[in-house]
Write a protein that binds this ligand. Structure first.
Ligand SMILES: [Zn+2]
Length: 94
């Protein structure tokens, strides 16, 4: 079983880094669906999947709708991303 899903090549709307796959953070083998929330692993931006499984910036109202556990997990993952990549523009390759 693979731990990630290949997606149509896209760019993060926040940092413009190329994005072409997604990994479920908490459940193995789960593929993203339209409307699901995600994080850019390069800049930590909160994103959502469009109907074509491309990325758009998440609406703050969508984040407010998350249950407390999921919201805390998103925040924890974002802090880890930001700790590893404090300046995504410094190492952008595209
Ligand atoms: Zn990004």
């Amino acid at each position: 079983m693979t731990d990630h899903t290949h997606l149509p090549e896209d760019r993060c709307p926040a940092c413009l880094h190329k994005l072409s796959c997604a990994t479920a953070a908490l459940l193995e083998g789960i593929a993203p669906s339209p409307g699901d929330l995600t994080l850019c692993l390069y800049c930590g931006a909160f994103l959502a999947f469009t109907d074509e499984l491309r990325h758009r910036k998440a609406d703050p109202a969508e984040l407010d709708e998350l249950d407390g556990f999921t919201r805390r997990e998103f925040e924890r993952a974002r802090r880890q991303i930001m700790a590893r990549h404090p300046d995504p523009k410094a190492w952008r390759t595209n």
